[in-house]
Design a protein around this ligand. Structure first.
Ligand code: FPP
Length: 243
């Protein structure tokens, strides 16, 4: 049964997460199991990302944030990094062609300066041209690190002349600005850690770990993750409803 159907039946439409974040892990192992190069795993991972973005949009999830390349991923072999860059370029070119059809706002979280000028240009063009769409938003984290984001936010705040600071105003200096924090963080691939992803934003997110490798994480897996989320009681530090 789809997550949308489950939610309708439970009469809990408001319990659908507004924002889902995903650590797209397990591409390398997916490729290894098939005797393929790691880049083939990332290519399957990119397909899985496209499928996820469409499915989340269909379900009415407002924000999907994916970890595509971390500040630490530059340490990987040069051919693997080049392979991921080529996939990103391919995705962004296709996204520009499909803007009108997909009608999704695309944002990049992370400093673009280390990327090739052509890739930077594509990122900026995608962000600028898709900004007109007011429905779903996809955030692609590139050269992203959670600690790096917090340090940059502090620097931006200082450069702004240190205005009065609250948790809410500080959030505005993060890459996502004022978008809601992720309700649900999904990590496929079997590891159970956050890996420097959205450290500030995930303070109260529900965490969902799965052994399924990211390229195999299909609509049915999203349904399972959303159903698990719908059975959690979010207390935000308060006592539970039953107390
Ligand atoms: C982690 O799996 C995955 C990455 C570091 C790269 C993710 C990149 C993509 C899915 C492709 C480009 C993305 C877009 C948005 C088009 P891993 O390689 O660490 O897997 P492993 O743990 O099995 O080795």
């Amino acid at each position: 049964m789809s997550a949308r159907k489950q939610t309708d039946m439970a009469g809990e439409l408001e319990r659908l997460p507004r924002h889902i974040a995903v650590i797209m892990d397990g591409n390398g192992r997916w490729a290894k199991k098939r005797g393929l190069p790691r880049t083939a795993g990332h290519s399957a991972g990119a397909d899985s990302f496209r499928r996820a973005a469409r499915y989340c949009q269909k379900l009415g999830i407002e924000y999907l944030t994916v970890y595509a390349f971390s500040t630490e991923n530059w340490k990987r072999p040069a051919d693997e990094v080049a392979g991921i860059m080529a996939l990103l370029e391919k995705y962004l070119r296709q996204a520009l062609r499909d803007l009108e059809k997909e009608r999704v706002r695309i944002c990049i979280f992370g400093a673009l300066s280390p990327f090739a000028p052509e890739l930077q240009k594509l990122c900026r063009e995608c962000m600028e041209r898709s900004a007109v769409y007011t429905g779903a938003q996809v955030n692609i984290c590139l050269n992203y690190g959670g600690r790096d984001e917090i340090v940059r936010a502090a620097k931006r705040w200082a450069a702004d002349g240190c205005p009065e600071l609250t948790e809410h105003t500080f959030s505005g200096y993060m890459w996502g600005g004022d978008i809601p924090d992720p309700d649900l963080l999904i990590r496929p691939g079997g590891e159970k850690r956050i890996s420097n992803f959205l450290l500030w934003e995930c303070a109260y997110s529900e965490l969902y770990f799965s052994d399924v490798l990211w390229p195999d994480f299909d609509e049915a897996e999203f349904d399972k993750a959303i159903a698990a989320y719908q059975h959690r009681e979010r207390r935000f530090g308060d006592v539970g409803k039953s107390e």
